[in-house]
Design a protein around this ligand. Structure first.
Ligand code: PBG
Length: 326
């Protein structure tokens, strides 16, 4: 075995998995205000529209093909039904228009979910007694949001809410509004995960001190067969790409999904995975760059065609082009 590991040249020859900038999607946050740091995500900012456009320029220059833009909404604009989602002055639409005007070739992905806009932080509309997220009412709101995002110029809309039937409904709404060319990237297999904590800080979707319980719609971390069923339904309903989220703790799920569908598979290395590596590196307990790169390679090896990761730009910038020697 060791002959095939004897030098970097031999190792490069027999290497089975490679990461390239075009595999990576950069999630970015935007708000109506000056740029500010997100405490639990070192190096990540809530951008102004201007600094967001600048950051997109750096991503494009590094070879990144797609960014995912998430809004942080002023708490004063939130309500129980998330009505600001489809308001013309939602900062998300200004952001998408500005990025597409500056970099028409850079793909812009937007989340289709109500959690940035609801005062309770759930991804949908609550029942009168507040104990349940209503499915079909939420799906109708998501249709309107997706059409509005496509109208602002989003190339890919990404339902991340985990309501039933939303992929088919969003596809029909997009087609009816003339957005036949807008892709749907479904957060098909999204777990009720504790690893989303820092993201909820970043977009301010934490309603109170208690963790938000999304187990009534997001998947149980104990399940993997169910992932294949989620993917089959979304495929039938017209998803163009399916996603598994989180990524690192769910490599077996990525593999299972890869084997269950011929669609492209995305994986989302979430905020908590990013924060973990930063925290351990800060304490001097892990080597930052090597851990970061290994975490991404493992996700690709498991079967992901593309990876949403907060490390995207810095990894792409450090990427050695074919022909370079090391
Ligand atoms: C919202 C959404 C979440 C993430 C992406 N879209 C959080 C949640 O469902 O609570 C998580 C991303 C991350 O943790 O990096 N629908």
């Amino acid at each position: 075995m060791r002959r095939n590991r004897s030098s970097e040249a031999v190792r490069a020859l027999v290497r089975e998995t490679r990461l390239a900038p075009e595999d990576l999607i950069q999630p970015l946050f935007v708000h109506a205000g000056e740029p500010e740091e997100v405490a639990s995500m070192p190096g990540v900012r809530r951008h102004s529209v201007t600094s967001l456009v600048e950051e997109c320029g750096r991503c494009a220059a590094a070879g990144i093909r797609a960014v995912a833009v998430f809004p942080k909404i002023d708490p004063a604009r939130k309500d129980a039904v998330g009505s600001h989602a489809v308001a013309d002055d939602n900062v998300l639409y200004a952001a998408v228009r500005a990025v597409k005007a500056a970099f028409p070739g850079l793909l812009v992905i937007t989340d289709v979910a109500l959690d940035p806009y609801t005062d309770h932080g759930h991804d949908g509309l609550l029942s009168a007694d507040g104990t349940e997220v209503r499915n079909d009412e939420t799906v109708a709101a998501l249709q309107a949001l997706a059409v509005k995002e496509a109208g602002a110029g989003a190339d890919i809309v990404a339902p991340s809410d985990m309501m039933d039937g939303r992929i088919g409904a969003v596809r029909a709404a997009l087609d009816a509004a003339g957005f036949e060319r807008t892709l749907i990237l479904s957060y098909a297999v999204k777990y009720a995960s504790a690893f989303y904590g820092p993201f909820r800080d970043a977009v301010g979707s934490k309603a109170g001190a208690a963790p938000l319980d999304k187990r009534g719609y997001q998947m149980d971390p104990a399940n993997v067969r169910e992932a294949a069923l989620e993917v089959a339904l979304d495929e039938e309903e017209g998803a163009d790409i399916v996603m598994v989220k989180p990524a690192g703790p769910y490599l077996d799920v990525i593999r299972a999904v890869r084997e269950a569908t011929t669609l492209p598979v995305a994986a989302y290395q979430v905020s908590g995975e990013y924060a973990q590596i930063h925290a351990a590196a800060r304490l001097g307990w892990l080597d930052y760059e090597r851990t970061r790169d290994e975490s991404l390679l493992a996700i690709k090896r498991a079967g992901a065609d593309m990876i949403f990761t907060y490390f995207a730009r810095e990894v792409a910038e450090g990427w050695k082009r074919p022909g370079s020697h090391s």
